[in-house]
Design a protein around this ligand. Sequence first.
Ligand code: 26W
Length: 813
Amino acid sequence: MQGDLLLKYVRSSTGRPPKAAGPRQWLAALVALVRERIGEQWSRSIGAEAERRGKCVYYLSMEFLPGRLLIHALRNLDLYESCRETLAEHGVDLSVVAELEPDPALGNGGLGRLAACLLDSMANLGLPAYGYGIRYDCGLFAQEMVDGWQVERPDPWLRYGNPWEIPRGDLVYPVGFGGRLVDHGAAERPRYDWTGSDEILAVAYDLPVPGFQSQRLNTLRLWSPGAAHELDLRSFNEGNHAGAFSRKNAIESLSQVLYPGDASPAGRELRFKQEYFFVSASVQDILRRFRRSGRPLECLPDDIVIQINDTHPSLAIAELMRLLLDRHHLDWEQAWHLTRRSFAYTNHTLMPEALETWPLQYFEKLLPRHLQLIYEINDRFLRGVARRCPNDGALVRRLSLIDEEGERRVRMAHLAIAGSRRVNGVSKIHTSLMQRTTFADFAALFPGKIVNVTNGISFRRWLHEANPELVALIRSRIGDRWLSQPDELAALAPHADDPAFRTAFRAVKQRNKLRLAELVASDCGISIDPNSLFDVHIKRIHEYKRQLLKLLHVVALYDRLRRDASLPISRTVVFSGKAAPGYAMAKLTLKLIHDVALRVNADPAVAGRLKLVFIPDYGVRKAQVIVPAADLSEQISTAGHEASGTGNMKLALNGALTVGTLDGANIEIREAVGEENFFCFGATIEEVAKLRAEGYDPWRHYHGNAELRAVLDLIASGHFSPSAPDLFKPVVERLTSGGDPYLVLADFASYVSCQEHVEANYLDADDWTRRAVLNTAGLAKFSSDHAVRRYAELIWNAGAREERAVPAFTAAE
Ligand code: 26W
């Protein structure tokens, strides 16, 4: 039946008979089939009736990493098998067709993938929600490795169009930059007009977000700078051809890339403009939909909540104020009351360099009205602070929305906190650090405002789609209610004691390892042994994530094996991840991984015992192959730096054991799976603080640990870079004389000895599998469904129409 329908779509959507259809035509037909199935649901979901059923969540994010949709949707709709068979009957492989779908890499890490998992869960739970972001023409760069150096290539993912998106020519909003302010009001009641700004248009493109077998289908709405007026015709007709196109180019540059290089002022300004561009369009759209409901503006926070994903969209707070004051003519108190009850802010990092601030200059030049509003918000806020804590000028300066030191800048996190009903961290420890350190003043001023919602992941994406064989096995024992009720995955735990189940579990892992071995063979031209321990470090390349610590361990193992070939070591270390284009140390780390791999993989002394591979161009697609195949998950950030981590959850869910520091969500994962099923090492947050306070001395570790010294000397000697012996000196210097803020050497001994336990434990394959099963079962509470329920309860008051009491914060607000 579905098969016939599919054949019909081949004809109608591609104009070819099935026997003449190539993979691209089959893709079009499959998409048409899914769209037909979800179309009605979608229109029902966005219909007015559905809107009235509960609070609507608007999730604003500069990044979304939704992954491919076809297989996900086919599985969600239970169409996978029938479509696979129909294609097979025509000699076509579904997996080949699925490869043609573009993978929207509209993000660079955990923050973007979290946004996608939360949207997935909101749809699954039937919660009305929209994701709002930017329709970047190019996603995050594609990573190519040339002789170990990262080369960034554009990723024009829309080259062949996006078969899922629906352009919404009917949803277009003007977004202005520049111009000046005119006061129209009477003296006691000023009313400002922001005039003369250069207006560009934001056009909506919708993507479906299907829930798992649920009736709800949500929307990811991405904004693209619009086409109207983009060519200055008059200028063109007057012969100024290049000039006429320059405006068009300037407009288009707004959505050209994610994270325009921020080394130059122009790049930074462009990012600032991107942020305003998408939040302005989003807030206008939110207000339009709300107005359509016919409810008075006073009900706004009862009907909507705008969740801002890190500070990047926090200009939305000033934008809502502007619209309420200037367009809807509310007075300040009303507008502020509604605004700060409509927003909530999630913080994803406490690293000072990642806490966004923008120069006042940008506001003066591009958003003068918003600057005025931010001054006013700040003024009222600080007056409230001064009333509560008189004579504490230092406190006022610390809390101010404006950083007065040096070039004056707006602290976006302070704006986000002042303008939100709740603020959340993404793991217990991260939230506690927010309360105790970076945002301690805010926490003291507004007790109860900073809350925790530990991150989660979509089991549909990270198990159901990524690991179908494991799902079939789990199903055979506990059914599949856990796909919609993730807590039920815990029922798997008793099966860890069943030898037959363990054997089957191990067999699935083995087949997944073979699949990864195929990927490594085709991507890297290296053959790896599926019987070795697959040791996986996959994430953005960043010093705090300590790829270097893993690499020092690899070199140590290499050195040990060269000395003693009889050691019972059999390990394949897999790295994957991208370095930010301007991050020299991260790029040099990649080169070092490559050069160490060349040496290790070619050395007959360690053949069959140790392999090192780097899989280029990490993204959702590659992760879906690597994650199910991992035995060991490396989560080795310097304690206090990884806000949560979500890769740690994906890997443990797929039955990898973790070697990790007590950082981010590792701490909660360890609690959930049992301490005995988690390899913990390294300095704790308190110890890190103490080490730093005492003055961290890397040389003490260098001189005190012969193995570490040998490893560093080997790298510094040019052993891995004979043609350029000094190439890696900067790495060694960073770890020693450079004072390394991430304390790699301090944790080396503890890490290496923990890895010895890992090795000894891995020798008992059956017991290892028992513990792997307990990891899978123990991950139940890290489902993003769970996280969404907590957001709904703790932050959004969603699910119910009436506003449950949110404690009124102090007068300072
Ligand atoms: C340019 C500003 C900026 C700074 C940092 C943009 C983006 C970032 C990060 C890449 C943000 C990010 O991805 N953070 C990660 O968020 C995850 C979801 O909460 C957490 O699990 C990770 O610990 C955190 O690093």
